[in-house]
Design a protein around this ligand. Structure first.
Ligand code: PKZ
Length: 137
């Protein structure tokens, strides 16, 4: 089953490579003190770009973000890990599955973590002039 077919993938562990790791801090909150969806999407986009750039050997751009669900809130103080998996490579495009997991602040067990969101990013390989190029060209 693919990530999209399962919608909320219930695998108990992160799928893919750890690509970004950061701390959710007070400066990342919205007016109400909650970590915003935009902050998460921004870092997922960076991780997708890193993964796609690694595979394509250079510049890429985000062309689409397919279905996205926010499963649980991220609390200030959480350690946020972004995992990527190259799911499909087309002529000029790459589909990158991105998962975000957090370690609960002050969780009793070190391995206490949960998935907060996942999405599939479609990236397109670009040349130095910003034109579409073949991924492995
Ligand atoms: C949600 C919750 C919100 C919460 C709160 C939000 C707050 C949010 C703040 C954070 C923010 C972070 C989110 C950053 C998201 C950006 O950063 S978007 C900005 C960066 N991206 C860009 O600037 C790209 C702009 N787009 C372009 O310049 C052109 O579309 C491109 C990329 C050059 C492609 O041009 P094109 O004419 O569409 O190319 P075309 O030849 O038709 O397609 C090329 C390939 O892409 C594929 N493709 C094209 N379009 C699609 C598509 N829609 N789907 C799938 N594949 C496609 C084609 O199938 C083709 O694949 P191959 O067969 O070659 O493998």
């Amino acid at each position: 089953m693919t990530l999209l077919e399962t919608d909320l993938d219930d695998a108990p562990a992160p799928q893919g490579l750890l690509t970004l790791k950061l701390l959710a801090s007070r400066q990342d909150t919205n007016l109400y003190g909650d970590i915003s969806g935009g902050w998460l999407v921004n870092h997922m986009d960076q991780a997708a770009e890193l993964a796609a750039g690694r595979e394509a050997g250079g510049r890429t751009a985000t062309v689409a973000i397919e279905s996205m669900d926010f499963l649980s809130p991220v609390r200030v103080g959480s350690m946020v890990s972004v995992y990527t998996h190259v799911q499909e490579i087309g002529r000029s495009s790459l589909k990158i599955d991105v998962e975000v997991w957090v370690r609960i602040p002050h969780g009793r067990r070190l391995e206490e973590r949960q998935k907060v969101t996942e999405a599939r990013f479609v990236m397109v390989a670009l040349d130095d002039n910003g034109r579409i190029r073949a991924v492995h060209g």
